[in-house]
Design a protein around this ligand. Structure first.
Ligand code: KIV
Ligand code: ZN
Length: 533
């Protein structure tokens, strides 16, 4: 391994799964392990085999079904755990046993209180050194890749930590992990621990020092990066930062910090970063923890711009407000989100992308209508924009048809009847038509069809209430089709029959407007051809 290469040790399936409420099924773990292999992590910690039959099975299945990364299993520094880990890993192409024991005074007091470990702290520490030696030697009988962790190293006396680490290396450990188990350290002191441990392992540059940080003070990523600057060459982390309590260092954040600020670290990873977003989604779904929208790298908003100044900047040069490319982490590029803070630039550039044309003298009015809508609605989608443009066009052009009056009678002894009076603006004619239908809406639509004389087809009709009570507003949306193109109309009223008629006539007016525009284009085209003849 090159001195400039950082190994990414993913512990999503082990420490990540220890997050309260985050348990995953064995098939989910196998699917995630496959995705971690696509992401190209160096080591997958697949579980803690002795802790439950499910954990044992998960490690076995990952070993059997996932190739590429080294597969690792966790074991306390006791024979029974190490045997379970070794057996679960059997048959794997590249396997690692990760054994650990607590080394801080607080943990020693709590876990080794029994006199059989010694009466004084000094004696208990000696016992632990012996256990480290025996555990690592035993683990080496299953694999030549053994990692040792001094649990709660972050609060361990530095002199004693060095003794423990030396014992583990002398027994055959090739990776030494120095976990900040409780998320207590700050970056400068955590970095110092690595400098000290490296010094006490003089002459053993082949031993890889590893970081493993928890996020109790929100410093897990910062501490991991500080350790890298102090010589760590393996980072233990989890997807989305899931893990015990406040979680572990987030893999995606560590990896992208090392990549984006490469010149500060002078190291690289082998991670295929464009797989980050997909991996994050998969883990979020499997463990049931939604990814917050503002989560760095993989959050929905991580590459979205809403403020007008930002949208303007990004549309000119993405690097004005983006320090990495969204597509490099598997997110959608150039996410201009339209909302109440968006400016003209973002708005018109989106309209242009949607192919919606707006006359120069109509632009400002349309933008003001958009601002009004954005004040009412949190996020504006493309469909909202197209509807806004259509509505605006209808308002500024005289509609082809207008309903002047309408009468509907529903009689339980016969079919409902409608009489509709339609004004045809092109000819100035008023047509009054009567029709019957299976229901009142059908009767109205038949009467309108006859009045306008078009061969369009009704594709859908939806009605729903947009307020409550017997005087609720009904919103009707209809879609009609003519010559392969669909047109939508919508209207609201407390009178649902009126809303039905208005929505239908709006769709027909859109269709007529479209036909007029097509005719104009054809007419201009014919004129050009004729002028050449
Ligand atoms: O946080 C921790 O100390 C651990 C060890 C088992 C490495 O997860
Ligand atoms: Zn941990």
């Amino acid at each position: 391994m090159s001195q400039n290469h950082i190994l990414i040790f993913d512990t999503t399936l082990r420490d990540g799964e220890q997050a309260p409420g985050a348990s995953m099924t064995v098939p989910e773990k196998v699917a995630i392990a496959r995705q971690l292999a696509r992401l190209n992590v160096d080591v997958i910690e697949a579980g803690f085999p002795v802790s439950s039959p499910g954990q044992y099975e998960a490690v076995r299945r990952v070993v059997a079904e996932v190739s590429g990364p080294t597969i690792c299993a966790l074991a306390r520094a006791v024979e029974q755990d190490i045997r379970a880990a070794g057996e679960a890993l059997q048959g794997g192409a590249r396997t690692r046993i990760h054994t650990f024991i607590a080394t801080s005074d607080i943990h020693i007091d709590a876990k080794f209180g029994d006199d059989r470990f010694g009466k004084t702290l000094r004696e208990k520490r000696q016992t632990i050194l012996r256990m480290v030696d025996e555990a690592v030697r035993y683990a080496c009988t299953f694999t030549d890749d053994v990692e040792f962790s001094a649990e709660d190293a972050g609060r361990t006396d530095l002199g004693y930590l060095c003794e423990v680490v030396q014992a583990a290396v002398a027994a055959g450990a090739t990776t030494i992990n120095i976990p900040d188990t409780t998320g207590y350290c700050i970056p400068s002191e955590y970095a110092e621990m690595f400098t000290t441990v490296r010094a006490c392992l003089a002459g053993r540059d082949d031993v890889i020092l590893s970081t493993h940080c928890h996020d109790d003070l929100g410093l897990a990523v910062a501490n991991s990066l500080a350790a890298v600057q102090a010589g760590a060459r393996q980072v233990e982390c989890t997807i989305n930062g899931i893990g015990e309590r406040a979680g572990n260092a987030a893999l995606e954040e560590v990896v992208m910090a090392l990549k984006v600020r490469g010149s500060k670290f002078g190291v690289d990873t082998r991670i295929v970063t464009r797989e980050l977003a997909a991996t994050s989604k998969m883990v979020s779904v499997a463990c049931g923890f939604p990814v917050p929208p503002n989560k760095a790298i993989v959050g929905r908003n991580a590459f979205s711009h809403e403020a007008g100044i930002h949208q303007h900047g990004v549309l000119r040069r993405r690097d004005t407000y983006e320090i990495m490319r969204a597509e490099d982490v598997g997110q959608e590029p150039e996410q201009i989100r339209l909302g109440r803070h968006s400016g003209r630039h973002g708005f018109f550039s989106r309209l242009e992308k949607l192919g919606a044309q707006v006359a120069e003298d109509q632009r400002e009015t349309l933008y003001q209508q958009f601002v009004e809508l954005a004040d009412r609605k949190k996020e504006i989608y493309d469909a909202d924009l197209l509807h806004l443009v259509d509505q605006h066009r209808l308002r500024v052009t005289e509609p082809h048809y207008r309903i002047n009056a309408m009468k509907v009678s529903v009689d339980t002894t016969g079919q409902p009847q409608a009489e509709v009076q339609v004004y045809l603006s092109r000819s100035g004619v008023i047509r009054t038509v009567q029709a019957e239908g299976e229901g009142p809406v059908e009767a109205i639509y038949r009467a309108i069809d006859e009045a306008v004389g078009d061969a369009h087809e009704l594709i859908s009709y939806d009605i729903h209430s947009v307020s409550q009570g017997s005087d609720a507003l009904g919103e009707v949306t209809v879609m009609i089709r003519f010559a392969g193109t669909s047109f939508r109309g919508s209207a609201r009223s407390v009178d649902v029959l009126k809303a039905s008629a208005d929505a239908y006539i709006e769709a027909i007016n859109k269709m007529e407007m479209h036909r007029t525009e097509e005719e104009n284009v054809a007419f201009v085209g014919r004129g050009i051809i004729e002028s050449f003849q």
